[in-house]
Ligand binder design. Sequence first.
Ligand code: GNR
Ligand code: NI
Length: 174
Amino acid sequence: MSKKKIVIEPDPILRKKSQSFEKVDKEVQRLMDDMLETMYSAPGIGLAAVQVGILKRAIVIDISKEDEEKKPIFLINPEIIYKSEKTSVYEEGCLSLPGHFAEIERPTECHIRYIDYFGKTKELKADGLLSTCLQHEVDHLNGVLFVDYLSKLKKDMIIKKLVKQKKELDKIVL
Ligand code: GNR
Ligand code: NI
């Protein structure tokens, strides 16, 4: 397995729509293994392929706590087939927006159809943090970031800070 570099906003790739997979093979499994390693090392509870620069519809998630057994979920071509009317608010973060957090309202419950690590079609009913995380990751596959749900003022403030952070980094690397 190998850890990959995480793409930070602003970057045009994060705004592109990811493409579906035709089949699940060794190459897809290798990508998901790399994504999982990258996510654990960040650390984060979810990661979409676009965040490591690959515009494909793959997601890895693990919401298990530090002191618990790891429970990774691999999702290929995920589709949200149900969203509840009821909504919940969670404080969200994103590995592509490091250091920034905001309360985001989303449907409390969602049902997802996806293809698993072994190429089998499955369905998952989620609520709580898992539901929020799944919706956050599916948004990534469609070029959407959590800041898109904020007011223009808040969003612009966060993007401005990220541009500044990137410029500071460039200075150090030079
Ligand atoms: O690590 C992450 N934590 C998180 C917290 C609340 C809601 C969503 C997330 S996903 C995020 C990792 C990430 O950026 N995934 O795309
Ligand atoms: Ni994210």
